[in-house]
Design a protein around this ligand. Structure first.
Ligand code: TMP
Length: 212
């Protein structure tokens, strides 16, 4: 695990937790405080055309027949490219990198959600893909899946991953809450409060990490 000048902040959570809104608010606040910010997402990534192509394959509703192993390796392939080409160079430059999802999603969706793959095995192959890069902070936005899915109901039918059954999303949520206890540097932020209150809670955690 390397030490970079920059900080790596990841947002995790189920569908419809409001990650995008909160990431935008955090980016604005960081810019106001004089930080350079690199905002990105997974699967895919800002300025990462190869990872974005993999994202399309993963999300395409026509790819119903994708086996779990293929899915896992595609997420990790997208991540390897993203980490090496964008995330690490930005951290070396001293930027604050904010990623909408990272390794926590792989554990929550592929391990806990699908009920497949040994957790330690997934960690091992993920570390191979990322060189062992760990976020300085993972913000888990937590909400009941029924509430989250209701917020995004219009986009569900176009997305292979969002259209999983409620039972799957419930397992993902339970998985996330477990990860927040067993993984380093996770913070649970309830996402069913007002946008402003959620943003305040997040800023408090981020300020600690940035020593503000
Ligand atoms: P989103 O960009 O709309 O959040 O969609 C990404 C989807 O991919 C979401 O359903 C979570 C899922 N996902 C995984 O299953 N494993 C992963 O490792 C990542 C990064 C995302």
């Amino acid at each position: 695990m390397q030490n970079y000048h920059g900080k790596f902040i990841v947002f995790e959570g189920g569908e419809g937790t409001g990650k995008s809104t909160q990431i935008e608010l955090l980016e604005k606040k960081l810019l106001e405080n004089g930080f350079n910010v690199f905002k990105t997402r997974e699967p895919g990534g800002t300025n990462c055309p190869i990872s974005e192509q993999i994202r399309k394959v993963l999300k395409d509703p026509a790819n119903r027949d994708m086996c779990p192993e293929t899915e896992l390796f595609l997420f990790l392939a997208s991540r390897a490219q993203h980490v090496k080409r964008e995330i690490v160079p930005h951290l070396e430059r001293g930027d604050v990198v904010i990623s909408d999802r990272f390794f926590g999603s792989t554990l929550a969706y592929q391990h806990f959600g699908r009920g497949l793959f040994n957790l330690d095995e997934v960690k091992k192959i993920n570390d191979f893909a990322t060189g062992g890069l760990e976020p300085d902070l993972t913000v888990l936005l937590d909400i009941a899946p029924e509430q989250g899915l209701a917020r995004i109901k219009d986009k569900i039918k176009n997305d292979r991953l969002d259209s999983e059954a409620l039972e799957f999303h419930t397992k993902v949520r339970t998985g996330y809450l477990t990860l927040a206890k067993i993984r380093p540097n996770w913070a649970i932020v309830p996402a069913d409060n007002s946008i402003e209150l959620v943003a305040q809670n997040i800023w408090q955690k981020v300020s600690e990490v940035l020593d503000l």
